[in-house]
Write a protein that binds this ligand. Structure first.
Ligand SMILES: NC(=O)c1ccc[n+]([C@@H]2O[C@H](COP(=O)([O-])OP(=O)(O)OC[C@H]3O[C@@H](n4cnc5c(N)ncnc54)[C@H](OP(=O)(O)O)[C@@H]3O)[C@@H](O)[C@H]2O)c1
Length: 320
């Protein structure tokens, strides 16, 4: 894996900037993402992460099209939602994302989650339809069938690279055995409370780049220990004269993967892009945080119901 000038070369031949801008948010997300992406482009970000589910593709696309930064210099990731896993829905879903973004191609198109749900419609309100027990049951569409339709998108020139998100190691191993085009990127939750050491080793071996979502461990999220006040993170921040957030982000970059912090706050957007080098001993010290107790903030069991408990989480939802 070659890392140069804060970008990493993907197995597809394209380069991924290691610091990206996350665009998931609440009901105000489209307006916030439009303003935030403009600021991020000015601050130097060239990697943007969205998804059909987030409803921010249109706002992000508008900010990109209005910017003076050439399209070729910008890397846009978006994601296929679970209701579109049946092969006949993959291309229409991709074309819909392209239309919302107002772009000719997507740099990286990912499977958002490794499970298939029944197709209802493309309406945003139809993307998550739980039954009376709060569960969204899965339909039987093998990942490889969806993946073959993703491979067709590359061949048709709609998409430059394809990737996955939220896969377990056995799921990824199975996909690698059967695919024609290997995933270029695996996006998953990574922060000091969930350092994903085994997945990082595995993906490095197969030349798949990781992208860390929730790299700040979602500060303020109830049930998660705050990484911004962790004594080890604070000690490292003090040593380099940086903020805890800057330590968390540069810790990820130093480990060789991309980070996509989300912020709608102008001064944070700028500060989150600042780079500094960290000594090996500090990278190791931060790794120790998650070696005893691990927590994840993004729970398919909590958000989608028991049929989707792919990480085999215990009932205590926040603890892995
Ligand atoms: N593939 C997936 O399933 C998946 C799942 C979750 C997320 N994602 C992607 O990953 C992105 C990032 O993850 P995330 O949004 O869950 O979590 P995150 O980036 O770890 O945390 C976002 C929170 O941190 C705050 N924040 C940002 N910079 C800060 C700073 N310098 N100081 C203090 N607080 C700061 C933000 O507040 P303000 O905005 O108020 O500044 C926001 O509340 C998402 O936007 C999305 O693009 C993907």
């Amino acid at each position: 894996m070659t890392i140069d000038n804060r970008t990493v070369k993907l197995n597809s031949g394209y380069s991924l900037p290691l610091v990206g801008y996350g665009t998931f948010g609440g009901p105000d997300a489209p307006e916030q993402v439009y303003a935030g992406s403009k600021l991020a482009l000015e601050a130097g970000y060239r990697h943007f992460d969205t998804a059909y589910l987030y409803r921010t593709e249109e706002a992000l696309g508008k900010a990109i099209r209005e910017s003076s930064v050439p399209r070729e210099e910008i890397f846009v990731t978006t994601k296929l939602w679970q209701t579109f896993h049946e092969p006949q829905h993959v291309r229409p879903a991709c074309e819909r994302s392209l239309e919302l973004l107002g772009l000719d191609y997507i740099d990286l198109y990912m499977l958002h989650w490794p499970m298939a749900w029944k197709f209802v419609s493309y309406e945003f309100d139809d993307l998550k339809k739980p039954d009376e027990n709060g569960d969204i049951s899965r339909i039987d569409v093998p990942i490889i069938e969806t993946w073959r339709a993703m491979e067709e998108l590359v061949k048709a020139g709609l998409v430059r690279s394809i990737g996955i998100s939220n896969f377990t190691m056995p799921m990824l191993e199975e996909l690698l055995k059967q695919c024609e085009i290997e995933p270029a990127v695996h996006q998953l939750e990574i922060h000091p409370s969930l350092p994903q050491e085994e997945m990082l080793k595995f993906c490095n071996k197969y030349n798949i780049v990781l992208t860390a979502y929730s790299p700040l461990a979602n500060p303020g999220y109830s049930g998660m220990p705050s990484m911004l006040s962790d004594p080890i993170v604070l000690r490292v921040a003090e040593k380099y004269g940086k903020t805890p957030v800057q330590v968390l982000l540069n810790w990820g970059v130093a480990r060789g993967y991309a980070v996509i912090p989300k912020s709608v706050t102008p001064e944070r957007i700028k500060a989150n892009f600042e780079h500094f080098n960290m000594d090996k001993e500090d990278i190791e010290a931060i790794l120790d945080i998650g070696r005893t107790n691990q927590y994840r903030s993004c729970s398919p069991l909590r958000d989608f119901g028991p049929s989707n408990n792919i990480f085999d989480e215990p009932v205590d939802l926040y603890k892995k």
